[in-house]
Design a protein around this ligand. Structure first.
Ligand code: NAP
Ligand code: HSE
Length: 432
C-alpha cells in the first residue's frame, strides 16, 4: 500500500492520543484512507521529556524544519495550544505546502480569517473537527450533513471541564477547586484553565460554530459571556428544587437575520436531553429549518475522544475529502454572506434571581415593585423564614420570572443596588 507521510506538532494530551492511534491502529487508518497515513515526524520542545507513547526511532525531533523541509510530508496535525507560536507555525506550514489539521479553537476564533484566507490563497486546506466538542463530529455535521438547511438555532454544552465540575459539585458536593484539579489531571482542561471556567473556551467554540452555521463574523470577545467561576452550590441546590439543572450553555439563534449569541450558566428543565448531560460529556442541539431539531452527545474533552476527531480529519485529508469541503465551505470569506451579532439587551428569556434580603415588612413589596416597574413579571418566589430573631438577619430570596427582555432584568438588578434591604449583588441566571 502507498504511504502519505504525516507529522504531528506538539505531543501533549491530544498529540499523544493521535500518535497512539496512528502507531497502534495503522491497519484501521489505512483501510479507511486507502493508503497508509505514515507518522514520519513528531515535533516537540523538549526531547528529554518522558512520553506516554512508544515512538519509533528517528520520529521525534525538536526541529520544525525537519517537517517544513520534507516535501513528502504533506499532512500535519498542529496540536499546540494558544496563539503563538501556533499561528506562526500554521503560516509556515501552509507556505511550505502542507495541509493542516488543528484542535486549536483559541487560535481559529481570532485568526481563522487570516489562516483560512492564506490556505485558500495557497490552495491548501485546514481541517478543525477537534476544535469544538472533542469527539463529537459537530463540524462535519453542520458543514456537510445539514447543508440542505438554514440552521435557525444552536444550544450547546461545549466545555468538558465545566460540565465535569458542575456535575461533581452537584452529585458529591465537592469543592470547585478540587474538581478543577481533577479535570486538569485527566487532561480535560486547557493549559490555562481560567479559559475553561471563565467561559472563554466556550465562547471561542461558539464563535466557530456560528461562523459555520450562520456566517457570523465578529470577535468572540463580543459574545456576552459568563463562566462558572462564581457558580454557587446554593444555586445548584435551588435549581434542583425548582426542577432544573445548571449547565454552562452556549446559545446562538437567528433573529431577524442577525444572530443572538451568549454563554452563561443556565437553568435547564430536568429530563430534557441537555439537562442530563453529565461529566466530561458535551452536547449540541441544532435546529435546522428542514430537518428540525437534531441532538449530538459525546465526550467533549480528553485524550482519546479528541484524538478520534483529529485522526478522522487526517484520514479525510489523506483521502482528499477535507480539501473539497474546505473549498466549498468558504469559511470566514465574503462569499459566506456575513451576518452580525444581535444586541444582547433585546434577548428575551426567563430568569432566575437569587438575593440575600433583610427579613422585614415591605422588603418583598420593594423588590417586586422594582421588577414590576421595569416590566418584569414574576412566575414564582421562594423565601424561607429566618431562624434568627435578630431584625437585621437576612434570608435568601429566589425569584423566577416570566419571559422578559434582558435589558429589563439588567435595569432591575442595577436598581437593587440602591436598596438597603438587599445585602449582596443578585445572582441572575437564564432559564430554558
Ligand atoms: P497540552 O497537553 O498542553 O499539549 C501541548 C503540547 O504542545 C505540549 O506537549 C507542548 O510541549 C507542545 N508545544 C508547545 N509549544 C511548542 C513548540 N513551540 N514546539 C513544539 N511543541 C510545542 O495541550 P493539549 O491538551 O494536548 O491541547 C492541544 C490543543 O488541542 C489546544 O489547542 C487545545 O485547546 C486543543 N484541545 C484540547 C483538548 C483536550 O481535551 N485536552 C480537546 C480539544 C482540543 P511540552 O510538552 O514541552 O510542554
Ligand atoms: N478544555 C476543553 C474542555 C478541551 O474542557 O472542553 C476541549 O476543547
Amino acid at each position: 500500500m502507498e504511504k502519505t507521510k504525516v507529522a504531528i506538532i506538539g505531543l501533549g494530551t491530544v498529540g499523544t492520543g493521535v500518535a497512539k492511534l496512528l502507531l497502534d491502529h495503522g491497519d484501521r487508518t489505512a483501510r479507511h484512507a486507502g493508503r497508509i497515513p505514515w507518522l514520519e515526524k513528531i515535533v516537540v520542545r523538549d526531547l528529554s521529556k518522558t512520553r506516554d507513547v512508544e515512538i519509533p526511532e528517528g520520529v521525534l525531533t525538536d526541529n520544525l524544519e525537519d517537517v517544513i523541509q520534507d516535501p513528502e510530508i504533506t499532512v500535519v496535525a498542529q496540536l499546540i495550544g494558544g496563539i503563538e507560536p501556533a499561528r506562526s507555525i500554521m503560516l509556515q506550514l501552509l507556505e511550505a505546502g502542507k495541509d493542516i489539521i488543528t484542535a486549536n479553537k483559541a487560535l481559529l476564533a481570532v485568526y481563522g480569517p487570516e489562516l483560512f484566507d492564506k490556505a485558500r490563497q495557497l490552495k491548501r486546506c485546514i481541517a478543525f473537527e477537534a476544535s469544538v466538542a472533542g469527539g463529537i463530529p459537530i463540524i462535519t455535521n453542520i458543514g456537510q450533513c445539514l447543508t440542505a438547511n438554514q440552521i435557525t438555532s444552536l444550544r450547546g454544552i461545549l466545555n468538558g471541564t465545566c460540565n465535569f465540575i458542575i456535575t461533581e459539585m452537584q452529585n458529591s458536593g465537592a469543592a470547585f477547586s478540587d474538581v478543577l484539579k481533577e479535570a486538569q489531571r485527566l487532561g480535560y482542561a486547557e493549559a490555562d484553565p481560567t479559559l475553561d471556567v471563565n467561559g472563554a473556551d466556550t465562547a471561542q467554540k461558539l464563535s466557530i460554530l456560528s461562523q459555520l452555521a450562520f456566517g457570523v463574523r465578529g470577535n468572540w470577545e463580543d459574545i456576552p459571556c459568563k463562566g462558572i467561576n462564581d457558580l454557587n452550590i446554593a444555586d445548584i441546590r435551588y435549581a434542583d428544587r425548582l426542577g432544573y439543572r445548571i449547565k454552562l450553555l452556549a446559545i446562538a439563534k437567528l433573529v431577524d437575520n442577525e444572530v443572538e449569541m451568549s454563554v452563561s450558566p443556565t437553568l435547564i428543565s430536568k429530563g430534557t436531553p441537555l439537562a442530563e448531560v453529565q461529566d466530561v460529556f458535551n452536547a449540541i442541539r441544532v435546529r435546522g429549518d428542514t430537518v428540525g431539531p437534531v441532538f449530538y452527545h459525546g465526550q467533549g474533552a480528553g485524550q482519546m475522544p479528541t484524538a478520534s476527531a483529529v485522526v478522522a480529519d487526517i484520514i479525510d485529508t489523506v483521502v482528499g475529502r477535507s480539501q473539497i469541503t474546505f473549498n466549498n465551505l468558504e469559511l470566514w470569506s465574503e462569499r459566506n454572506r456575513p451576518r452580525s451579532m444581535a444586541d444582547a439587551g433585546q434577548s428575551i428569556n426567563r430568569y432566575y434571581l437569587r438575593m440575600q434580603v433583610v427579613d422585614q415588612p415591605g422588603v418583598m413589596a420593594e423588590i417586586t415593585g422594582i421588577l414590576g416597574n421595569n416590566g418584569v413579571s414574576i412566575a414564582s418566589i421562594i423565601q424561607h423564614k429566618s431562624e434568627n430573631k435578630d431584625s437585621s438577619a437576612t434570608v435568601p430570596l429566589v425569584i423566577m420570572s416570566h419571559e422578559t427582555m434582558q435589558s429589563a432584568i439588567d435595569k432591575s438588578v442595577d436598581q437593587f443596588k440602591d436598596s438597603k434591604s438587599i445585602e449582596s449583588k443578585a445572582v441572575v441566571l437564564k432559564v430554558i
